[in-house]
Design a protein around this ligand. Sequence first.
Ligand code: PLP
Length: 395
Amino acid sequence: MMDLEQIDKQYVLQTYARNYVNFKKGENATLFDDKGNNYIDFTSGIGVVSVGHGNKQVADAIYKQISNITHISNLYEIEPQSLLAKKIVDLSGYDMACFFGNSGAEANEGAIKIARKYGETKFDNKKFKVITLEHSFHGRTITTVKATGQSAMHKDDFAPYPDGFSYDKNINDIYHSCDNQTVAVMIELVQGEGGVQPLEKTEVQKLAKWLNENNILLIVDEVQTGAYRTGEFLASNLYEIEPDIITMAKGIGGGVPIGVVMTKHKDILSAGDHGSTFGGNYLSTRASLEVCNILEQHKQNGILDETIKYFEQEFNNFYINHSNIFIKAVGIGLMRGLRVKDASTLSKVIETAFNNGVLVLKAGKNTLRFLPPLTITKEEIKEGFQRLEKALTNI
Ligand code: PLP
């Protein structure tokens, strides 16, 4: 009989370098495998399980919803979709409206479509160019791969790509790269996949102001930073800017696939311009509404800020204790990274961490990345770093 690993290798396209561990149960930031091992999860499924594994409140809301209606299509009013849109807009503090899809890449596709139509309809000359940053990550569809500022991802294998994308090394180069065909600049305020690299707040504020004065849209990709990952509902709130378009996914669904593009340019897309069969259905929006309620409460009662403080303290101690391995600590909120002196040491750290019962991630070439659930407890944080300490004694 084939075991699960053999079945996976035979029947699933091998696009991931998977670790073969079979998780059977999750409780907040702790996972249990089929062999009785437990793991502290400092990854939350790459920034997704914002309210922890096995969240009863979300599970109950989903169960109640899908025992009734799971999906009816966007041809009809969808109560949790409307309520979620209002919730997201209220939490953001911006005067915007939302479109729902199923993933971060799809949200960014929506953002680019809004920008392109804005560039087509609002000016005498057609504006279509979008500038992004080097080391950015915006998704895996053909367009969002092209929007991603990593040449290694623009392989000829998948060419041709859509026109109109270019990349700048840092945000201060953008002023010179914009021309009269530039419609938008798309940035992550903290580059996630690129290495947990926050942009400088004052530089972002200056750029936002300049783009606004020059009628160029600012798209902020908050697929990873959104849903309180940085400590505020949106990183845009933390940076005190007012983007034209914001995208979210990952943590806003707590594990249910959902993508959101929101914009203050509410009149750009009209009926028929954009759509998604599954986007915004009862299942994902009801779940996301519950996730938003939980996280809003978690922020309001001060626990999120306390958790961030405690995590930061443990993270910094860990960094200081291992200056032979780590060269820099980076990140904001519960989105943290440690630059490792070289890529092979990083792989070893991740592997030994796993063997000692902690899940951690890689970002960029040499960053050890931490994206724990936002509901992680102090005990789980403490236990996770103790296990990491133990792991590093074996390196
Ligand atoms: N944008 C950012 C900033 C991301 O971090 C990611 C995923 O890691 C994406 C877009 C793509 O999201 P998805 O994998 O849901 O399509």
